[in-house]
Design a protein around this ligand. Structure first.
Ligand code: NAI
Length: 282
């Protein structure tokens, strides 16, 4: 495993790419247009500069990471990749079209992985001719820090693919947990409905946003309140996961909060847009 292509330079893609680059892999980050890819590279530099200013990284360490990373809009750079990790938006049709294209471009041995939070690995893999080399590699936010990687087998994922990705997760300092395919896998099946409940509590006026988060931090010993966590994950991502849980199970307990949908429609997605349940613009 030498060259890794990450599709999507957003919240997750950039951090996943940085995590691989820090461990010495050659990483290509691909996004859809020049403005987005330049913004992604600028975010990387800003984040690394912050670490340097805090003394957590030196200039040589920064250079070692940036030298390993290429930012592009050209998907053809995936032709000789050993692994592609897709972190584009949480939408089955978009993911399928990305992988159908990658399947044609990549060499036959390339492993294709999705960082999807909730969508069926088998369903995405069906867009390719290599479902045995298709797998879920699910990082957590922020991917540079969070230890867990859920390794998700689709119906046709081979043992060899699963072993390679599990070993890779260990090699980059993560703790892999093998998970069978199910909507939301393990963490998001539990976590996102909790954020959704917090959203409903706010909508029905049971407590203020600060009150709900303080209650969960002090009462459940969570390091972060559910609404601040929703803002960190991105409310569009939370909504997409709730919709997947609801549609896949048919269970009304997974109905997305009306407030969550309203906020997504208003573009109040959390930290990435500067405002969600809390205001990050100051
Ligand atoms: P984001 O909205 O921050 O970034 C998505 C990026 O993908 C954007 O830069 C967008 O321009 C790009 N993109 C869209 N279509 C593309 C294409 N065809 N080719 C290349 N790039 C494309 O979203 P985020 O939060 O990074 O989520 C990405 C994926 O990771 C989703 O599947 C999400 O469910 C999953 N995920 C998100 C987590 C979170 O906490 N936000 C945690 C773990 C997984």
């Amino acid at each position: 495993m030498k060259k890794i292509v990450v599709i999507g330079g957003g919240t997750m893609g950039l951090d996943i790419a940085q995590t691989f680059a820090k461990k010495g892999y050659d990483v290509v980050v691909r996004d859809i247009n020049d403005a987005i890819i330049q913004a992604s590279e600028a975010r990387l530099n800003k984040g690394l500069d912050k670490l340097v200013s805090k003394g957590k990284l030196d200039e040589a360490g920064k250079k070692a990471i940036t030298d390993k990373m290429t930012f592009t809009t050209d998907l053809n750079l995936a032709a000789d990749a050993d692994l592609v990790v897709e972190a584009a938006i949480e939408n089955l049709d978009i993911k399928k079209s990305i992988f159908a294209e990658l399947d044609k471009i990549c060499k036959p041995e390339t492993i294709l992985a999705s960082n999807t939070s909730s969508i069926s690995i088998t369903a995405i893999a069906a867009a390719t001719q290599r479902p045995d080399k298709f797998i879920g590699m699910h990082f957590f936010n922020p991917a540079t820090v969070m230890k867990l990687v859920e390794v998700i087998r689709g119906a046709h994922t081979s043992d060899e693919t699963c072993k390679t990705i599990t070993e890779l997760a260990v090699a980059i300092g993560k703790e892999p947990v093998e998970v069978n395919e199910a909507p939301g896998f393990v963490v998001n099946k539990i976590l996102i409905p909790m954020i959704n409940e917090a959203c409903d509590l706010l909508y029905t006026g049971v407590a203020s946003a600060e009150g709900i988060d303080t209650a969960m931090k002090l009462g459940a010993n969570h390091p972060m309140g559910p609404l601040a966590l929703g803002d960190l994950v991105g409310l569009d991502v939370c909504l997409a996961i709730m919709d997947t849980l609801y549609h896949e199970t048919g269970d009304p307990k997974y109905r997305a909060s009306l407030l969550m949908r309203k906020m997504v429609r208003a573009g109040k997605l959390g930290r990435k847009t500067g405002i969600g349940f809390f205001d990050y613009r100051k």
